[in-house]
Structures are given as C-alpha cells and as structure tokens.
Design a protein around this ligand. Structure first.
Ligand code: DGJ
Length: 728
C-alpha cells in the first residue's frame, strides 16, 4: 500500500496490493478522477485525459479559452450542485444570501500514516499507524469560506480504498447542506452491470443484477434504517463478470440510517455515488462547524465477485467488528421466540433450558415479553422492568437458575422504542420522533424514541444498564422493529428539523458505544425485525446480527447467499427452527436445517422439549459438528460455488486460514428425477496438492476438484450434505 503525489503533474496515486486509484488536478483546479482498477505502476502521459473535458452535449463552461472544459464532462471526485453538472451532486449547499452554486477547487493535501477515527461514527479501524495510510485532499469553495476535506485511507493487506468527506464552514455565515455524500466517482462507460441486495421483511438481501444504462438508478432507503428492502451495498462490474472472473467494484456504506447509492449514466460516463440519503436531509453548519460523512468502503477485485466478498469479509471481521467476541468463540444458543412467542413463564423457559443443556447448547436467550405487562406486541416497550407474574424470581433469579443448569443467560431488548401504552410514554409523550400537532403513525403498535435528544439517550443507557448490572447476563439481542415516520424532534429548532434522522443515528451510535464499552464481556447481536439493519454501521458495535425472521432452511439459503456478497458468515445469526416452518410452512429435514444454520452463527429456536429421542441425538451431533468446524466457517475464506438464484441448488465452500481444511456444503433444493448428477467445481485449492475426503478416505488432487468437480445428486428435494477435505 502507498499514497503519493506527483507535484509536477498534479497527480495523486493511491495503491493497494492489487489496485490503483488515481486522481489529478485539472488546469481549472478541479479534482478529477483518472483511474480506478488493476494496479498500474507507471502510467502514460495522462494530461490529455484529465485536462480536456469530454465534450458533453451543451455543457456550460467557465473557461473562455476552451469552452469544452465543463464540469458536465470532467470526471470528478466530489461534484457539486449549481453550475454546469446536471448529474447527482455529492454536495449541495445553500448560502444565507439565497445562492446555491458551489465551486470547489483544489487547495492542498496531506498524507500521513494511520487512519483517523470519525467522530461519533462507526468506521474501519487499525491497531497501529503502520497498518494504514491516509490522504486528505482539501478543496475550497470559490464563493464562500467552505472547505471540503476528502479522506482516502488504505490498509495493508486489503484491496480497499476507504472514502469519506468532512465539510467545514470557515466563514461567518450559516451554510445549509442539502446533500453531503461520502463518495462519488466518474468512470468511462465501458459497459457495466450493477448488483445490489433487495428484499423485504423475512426475504432480505436477494441478489439483483441490472445493466447500467442511461439514466439514474438509485438503491436507497428513506426509512431511517438501512432497511430490509435495500441494503447499503452495490457492486459495479464489467458486463458478464461472475464469481471468479471480471472486474468488480464494491461500494459499502458504514452507516445504519437512510442512504443512497447509485449510478448515473449520461452520454459516455457513469457516475457511481454513495452516502447519506439527501431525502428530508438539511444540516445547518454554523460558522466554525463541520460535518463528517460516514465512510464508503470501496473494494476492487480483478477476479470477480468471490474475491470482492472475501475482501469485505476479512476487512469487516477483523477491522470493523470489535470487542472480545471478534476473535473468541461464541456460544451456541437457544432462543425461545419461535418456541413460545409471548406465551411463557419461568417454568417453560427452564424446561427448554434443561433440554438445551442436555443437548450441549451453551446459552439460553429469553426473547420479547419479559417486561412490563407485555403479553403481546401492543404495550410496554420502554418499561424495562421485569414482569413478576411471568418470572417470579426476576431476571436475576431466572439467570441464576439457567446458570445452575450449566448455561449462560441472554436477554432481548428493543431499547429505541416506546409503546403508546407504557408508563414511559404516559410520562414523556414528547420523547418520541414526531411532528407538532401531527398524528403519530404507529407500526407494530409502537413509536420510536427520539435519539437525537441527549436526555432520551441517557434514559436508554440507564434503563438497559440497570438490567444488565443486576443479573448475570452475557448476551443481548438488540431489536428494532419499525421504520421512522413523521420524522421530527421536540427539541430541535424548526430550521434544524431536517437534521433529526442523522442526529438520531449519532445518538444511537453514542448509546451503543456507551453500553458496549461498559459491558465488554457481553456478546451483542443486533436485530431489526430480522435483518432490517444488517449493515456495517451496526457491526462496529455488535459483531453479529439476526439475519432474517425467516428461519426456513430453503429461504435461508437464498438470504445467507445474498448476504454473503458483503458480509461474513461470522456476522449472520442462523438458527434451526421447528417444522412445519412458521414463516412458510415448509417441512425440511433436521439435517438440512442444521447444515444451513452452520453456515452462520449457529443456534436453535424451537421448543426443544418436544424433540424425539432421535432428534435429540441429531441435535447433539450437530453441535459437536459445528464446534469442530466453526473456525473454518467463521475465519476462513468463503467461496460461492452454486447460486440458488441461478439454479435449484446452493453450494458454498470454506477454506481454513491455514488452507488445510476445506468444507464443502451442498444443498439440492428441488428434486428433479431422471437427469444427470450435477457437477460442482471447488475453488481456492492448491492445484498441485492432494486432498483427502475425511468421510470416505478418497484422495483427489486440488486440480481435479477444481476442474473436474464433484458429482452431486439432484433427484431429491431438500437434500443436504457436508463434505470435509483435509490437505495432505
Ligand atoms: C423481531 C425479531 O426479529 C424476532 O426474532 C423477535 O425477537 C421479535 N422481534 C420479538 O418481538
């Protein structure tokens, strides 16, 4: 990794092991994007590329000598609103005198070791300054005292460039930011496709791919959460790129609120952009104030989507997730939600825990319904004190009894919410997000607390901490079950109401920082009605997230496969649940449910006391199997071999860090008779080495496994198998 500036040519060059990112300063002092792609050590005379504009249809110009030099045509790094560029701007500012034209020109730069933390925001981190290098380029507005500092960091060992922007108001007058994106980049249109993750509640992160065609295509959330519908991730790839071949550029936003990411294509170029969604966003910068955007993590792969994903997995697992559980083993858990829903008491929970202990499960998680008078989803959010009718010995007493069975104890919270039917709401009706004299729309009978307020954040920290301090709790599930509406805050001035949603996120991040650092021994799992906030922002505080409320094994193959485009297996909560499945009614074998869940953070979510003896034995074996291979699944490299989005089967492979252990998971979803077996080729092996199938002892060369492949049966529904190879 290295960053350099050629002052003669005015060229910035950022390089990672396999990629280069190059920018230049034009004669008109505009910071222009020159190149991002496979590593180039030297480059031809590129002055022609960046000083001349690509001639755009009617592109207005400031340049009298060369009227073709227009921001409509120059490939920019941080385009602004108001003049000749008609595409999506990275920055839109409004000034006190009613003007809204910004003209950013190059001012200065700084290169230094390390990667700075972003105040109040989650971010990729390093352990030492030697691990990273950062370039800060300062642009100044020709018309005001506003400065934009663009940050670019690279970290040793990763083909990633991490971008964000800081906007500073150095003048005396207010500036209103209507849009401040994290990254924008103009590419020559070589024919691209865009891949993104979309879905719904219980159907999160299915893979979608479209051709990048003229016009603006945006993947976005306006919901105040990263959302089930679209995830803050896109990949732009050369047409036809697949898992192993082709250039792919990943864009991933370290943020959990409303976002936008997209491509805008005009006559010849493609602008790719990502950041906080400008929808309902307006941030006032007082004199001397600054605004820091979240960061976009760009990953380049010359070898298809597989390599891009493995870079994200390793980077996020080791340099975004934090805390004790980043590297240490996490317990296999049993969660009572699908076993009992709200209908439980101490006796029932202990019955499940007892059976769990017998099976070898290590953690009992008590889900929703333990507090206030919550017997359904109509009340009590905000009243975080135990319901003694259900749990006569309190949380502490229950935790002790669960501990006595040899299990750890974990608890569910939904701290950001309030039920209108709660003591908290009756006491503080203005503590929720709302707008004055407007109806407050409810979702799942609840409102969202206004985390843009410090007093509300303090309340949440205290309420949750009080429970955690008074019982032996070693795991917390942090849920969030609705999206924002009537977004406004009782404490913000009218002109600052457009700041509410982002201030909420800053409040949330401060709450999470305070709680997770006060309880470093607790494993936190984030959740949002399943995977509605499955994003890098939350992963910074909580190393795993509940992937989806859909626990059906077949549905999970799609969801986990899609999720793996940007997120590691170690981040995906995955449980074995009962059949017929509660979401789709499908009956799948216990073996398949087990193997599917083993591709994530393994657990159970069913009434174990109803298992037959044979099923109990299977569960015991599954837990042993998971523990045997969890290191390879969670710390190894993942290869996607067969996509359920492209055929009626799925296959994934994990290769251990030392490359000696290979796990091959195969799932045949739909049985089809009278057709030949399916050939699946393995990946990531050493072609010249030999591998033994630990099941039947057969030995194959890496070349044979990768080129000839293995023949897999396809004649029965919901067939699953795990084959383990050891390198000889
Ligand atoms: C939504 C979560 O995704 C479920 O797992 C469960 O915790 C419920 N909320 C409880 O209300």
């Amino acid at each position: 990794m290295s960053i350099s500036f050629d002052s003669e040519k005015g060229i910035f060059s950022i390089s990672t092991e396999n990629s280069s990112y190059i920018m230049g300063i034009t004669a008109d002092e505009i910071l222009t994007h020159i190149y991002y792609g496979a590593k180039v050590e030297t480059f031809p005379n590129i002055s022609g590329i960046y000083t001349d504009s690509i001639i755009k249809c009617m592109g207005p110009s400031y340049n009298k000598e060369n009227p073709y030099i227009s921001t409509a045509g120059i490939y920019q790094e941080y385009p602004t609103f108001g003049s000749a560029d008609y595409r999506v701007p990275a920055l839109k500012a409004e000034y006190e005198d009613g003007t809204n034209v910004t003209r950013l020109v190059y001012d200065s730069y700084r290169i230094y070791g390390g990667k700075p933390a972003l105040e109040g925001l989650p971010a990729v981190y390093t352990h030492s300054d030697e691990e990273a290098e950062t370039l800060e380029i300062t642009l100044k507005d020709k018309y005001s005292q506003m400065r934009v500092i663009l940050l670019y960091s690279v970290i040793k060992g990763f083909d990633a460039v991490i971008r964000s922007a800081r906007i500073e108001n150095g003048g005396k007058e207010k500036i209103k930011l209507r849009s401040a994106l994290s990254a924008s980049m103009d590419f020559y249109n070589a024919g691209f496709e865009i891949t993104y993750l979309s879905g719904s509640w219980a159907r999160e992160r299915h893979i979608k791919k479209l051709a990048v065609t003229p016009g603006n295509f945006a993947v976005e959330s306006r919901r105040g959460a990263s959302s089930h519908i679209l995830n803050p991730f896109i990949a732009i790839s050369e047409t036809g790129a697949n898992e192993k071949r082709g250039e792919v550029y990943g864009y991933s936003l370290v943020y959990s609120g409303s976002f936008i990411a997209g491509t805008e294509t005009d006559e010849d170029s493609v602008r790719a952009y990502m950041g906080i969604n400008p929808f309902n966003f307006c941030w006032t910068l007082e004199a001397g104030d600054s605004f820091q955007t979240p960061e976009t993590v760009l990953v380049y792969s010359a070898n298809g989507f597989g390599e891009m994903s493995r870079t994200y997995h390793r980077l996020y697992r080791t340099r975004l997730c934090r805390g004790k559980y980043r590297d240490t083993a996490r317990p296999v858990l049993i969660n009572n939600w699908e076993a009992t829903y709200f209908d439980f008491n101490e006796e029932k929970i202990l019955e499940i825990a007892k059976k769990a202990a017998e099976c070898g499960i290590e953690l009992m998680v008590l889900d929703d319904g333990w507090f206030g008078k919550r017997d359904n989803d109509k009340c009590s959010l905000g009243d975080w004190f135990v319901n003694y009718d259900k749990l006569p010995c309190g949380i502490d007493g229950l935790a002790q009894k669960v501990n006595a069975l040899g299990l750890k104890f974990g608890l569910w919270f939904e701290p950001e919410m309030v039920s209108p039917d709660s003591e908290l709401y009756r006491k503080h009706p203005d503590w929720c997000l709302h707008q004055k004299d407007r109806l407050r729309s409810e979702s799942r009978n609840q409102l969202i607390l206004d985390l843009s307020r410090k007093d509300v954040c303090d309340y949440i920290v205290k309420a949750v901490s009080d429970v955690l301090e008074n019982a032996n709790i070693t795991y917390v599930k942090w849920d969030y079950n609705r999206n924002m509406s009537e977004v406004g805050s009782a404490l913000l001035d009218p002109e600052r109401q457009g700041e509410t949603a982002h201030r909420y996120m800053l409040g949330l991040y401060s709450v999470l920082e305070r709680i997770t650092s006060a309880f470093p021994d607790i494993l936190f799992e984030s959740c949002s009605g399943g995977g509605g906030r499955f994003d890098p922002g939350m992963m910074y505080y909580m190393p795993q997230a509940w992937t989806s409320d859909d626990t059906d094994a077949v549905e999970r193959l799609y969801i986990q496969y899609g999720t793996s485009l940007a997120y590691a297996s170690s981040m995906m909560g995955a449980h074995v649940s009962a059949v017929p499945n509660h979401q789709v009614g499908r009956v799948t074998p216990l073996e398949m449910r087990g193997l599917t869940a083993m591709c994530g953070r393994f657990g159970y979510e069913l009434d174990l006391s109803k298992l037959t003896d044979e099923e109990t034995e299977t569960v015991k074996e599954q837990i042993k199997l998971y523990h045997k291979y969890e290191n390879t699944v969670h710390k190894g490299d993942m290869y996607r071999l067969l996509s359920p989005f492209e055929c009626d089967a799925a296959a994934v492979e994990y290769v251990s860090e030392d490359r000696k252990e290979v796990l091959f998971f195969y799932f045949n979803i739909k049985g089809t008779p009278a057709i030949p077996d399916r050939k699946v080729r393995l990946d990531g092996l050493d072609a010249g080495a030999y591998y033994r199938n630990t099941g039947n002892g057969e030995v194959y060369s890496g070349a044979a496994l990768m080129n000839m492949g293995l023949l897999m049966p396809r004649n029965s529904d919901n067939f699953s198998m795990l084959t383990v190879f050891e390198k000889l």
